[in-house]
Design a protein around this ligand. Structure first.
Ligand SMILES: Nc1ncnc2c1ncn2[C@@H]1O[C@H](COP(=O)(O)OP(=O)(O)OP(=O)(O)O)[C@@H](O)[C@H]1O
Ligand SMILES: [Mg+2]
Length: 238
């Protein structure tokens, strides 16, 4: 029963299960794989939110992340989130979208650390590379007109692995709001007043005032302070 309950979480019904099972088969999902830090129904999964759950799965013979719309979700479908992931294909900002349907998104599985854990444990050189890439991702999202919507608390939404960083969970994203990705991430990274953000201010010898100035100038379209910040990241990377 567990597989049936997982794909129809939290409220199982035979009718819904049959629809969802057919959907999964037509997408090419072969099986679910246990793993992750969250436990539901006694089964380890990658994560649980208010509108979806995310489980490892086998897609075309390889591990993928399967995002499943909860049966009690206030979203009609996964189409909006899939549309954004489609726009971001090949841009190396988000997990690669493999396929999707009304109730599921199948995407690249990213095995890594969340950004907060990464910063606390990384040296200046590793931090510089990742932070520069993350800021560039956010500038590009702003240019594309995509507002992620949940980056002011990015701990659950940014995954770091090897030399790469990806933004996940575009469930709250919108193409109709003024994008605030860069200003949200910069205040999250440097002004959160937590161990990781204090470490960054210290390593890069930045003051709160300077960070606010960078954000203010960015809003006016002046990218010069960001270039200076990038140079500072490079200088403190060895
Ligand atoms: N592509 C992925 N690769 C690896 N882990 C992932 C991936 N996508 C999501 N996860 C893990 O699952 C967790 C939940 O994912 P996500 O934030 O997208 O969905 P959610 O919060 O369950 O749903 P929602 O916010 O849409 O209600 C993440 O915090 C992350 O740990
Ligand atoms: Mg979420």
């Amino acid at each position: 029963m567990r597989f049936e309950e997982l794909i129809c979480y939290p409220k199982f019904s035979k009718e819904e299960f049959e629809k969802r099972y057919a959907e999964l088969k037509s997408l090419g999902i072969e099986e679910l794989v246990e793993g992750g830090k969250t436990i539901i129904l006694g089964y380890k999964i990658l994560g649980k939110g208010t509108t979806s759950i995310v489980i490892k799965a086998i897609y075309k013979g390889k591990i993928a992340a399967l995002k499943i719309r909860r049966t009690d979700s206030n979203r009609e479908s996964m189409y909006e989130e899939a549309k954004i992931l489609e726009m971001l294909k090949d841009k190396k900002i988000a997990p690669e979208l493999f396929t999707y349907s009304k109730n599921f998104i199948v995407m690249e599985y990213l095995e890594g650390k969340n950004i907060e854990e990464f910063i606390v444990n990384a040296n200046a050189s590793e931090c510089s590379k990742i932070i520069k890439k993350l800021l560039e991702h956010c500038i590009l999202l702003d240019k594309l007109g995509i507002d992620h919507g949940d980056l002011s608390n990015a701990s659950d939404h940014v995954i770091v692995y090897d030399d790469e960083v990806r933004i996940i969970d575009f469930e709250s994203a919108s193409l109709n709001r003024k994008p605030q990705n860069f200003t949200s991430i910069i205040s999250y990274l440097f002004l959160s007043k937590k161990t990781f953000s204090n470490k960054l201010l210290e390593v890069y010898k930045l003051s709160t005032k300077e960070v606010l100035e960078i954000a203010r100038e960015y809003k006016k379209g002046n990218l010069e302070p960001i270039m200076l910040l990038f140079r500072r990241l490079e200088n403190y990377s060895c």
